[in-house]
Design a protein. Structure first.
Length: 220
């Protein structure tokens, strides 16, 4: 009994710390996979319009965002985090005289971010909420000639095509409060080249219109 009394605090401390580190590693992997899955899905979705191109709709974006939310339900990904999906395109729109690389549109999901909650919205450029909603220069988005990403590892869209760029910021929730680890932000990005021959003119929203998941909204 004396040996157990002397050894138990050490065993419990090491066991708890090991469990916390293991959980932190698992959550990191799940956030990373959520970013990769969303970028992959976002690069594939669209409706065939019969003209050998695929139209991206608000409904399609809502579907892939909700799929990510459900996949991350176990760690409350959208309650404790923020997901931004951007379309980085290098195309010549009808109102351009030359091809322009720009963030044509962005969509978001997650309760974090916004005023007073810095560090959870996009770190690599933003586009107005109306960007991409019409095929007009007024909704052209934001020019980003250098691409998106960290310095020295910028992602650029291929000529005449686009890249789906996803950023996930998530606040890790420790198993044992602040005993072994404080709450900290987990940050991952992922990008995939658009797979099909997408119509980059705009995001379409045919009737019945879907509610766009614009980045001024903050909800899980």
């Amino acid at each position: 009994m004396l040996e157990m009394a002397l050894g138990m605090p050490l065993v419990l401390t090491l066991g708890g710390y090991g469990a916390e580190l293991s959980n932190y590693a698992i959550v990191n992997q799940r956030v990373n996979q959520a970013a990769l899955q969303l970028a992959d899905n976002g690069s594939r979705v669209g409706a065939n319009n019969g003209l050998a191109t695929f139209q991206l709709r608000e409904l399609d974006l809502n579907d892939v965002l909700q799929g990510t939310r459900l996949a991350g339900k176990g760690i409350k990904l959208t309650t404790n985090g923020r997901i931004t999906i951007s379309s980085l395109e290098y195309v010549q729109q009808s109102y351009d005289s030359v091809p322009v690389q720009r963030i044509h549109w962005q969509r978001c999901i997650g309760a974090r971010g916004g005023s007073g909650d810095a560090g959870y919205d996009s770190s690599y450029g933003t586009a107005p909420t109306s960007a991409g909603s019409t095929a007009t220069q007024a909704n052209a988005g934001t020019a980003t000639p250098n691409g998106m990403g960290d310095a020295g590892a910028m992602v650029n869209a291929p000529s005449g095509a686009g890249v789906i760029f996803v950023e996930v910021n998530y606040q890790y929730q420790p198993l044992f409060g602040t005993l072994f680890m404080t709450a900290r932000k987990i940050h991952y990005i992922a990008s995939f080249i658009v797979r099909d021959k997408r119509d980059f003119a705009q995001i379409y929203n045919p009737s019945p219109a879907a509610t766009a998941a614009t980045c001024d909204l903050h909800a899980a």
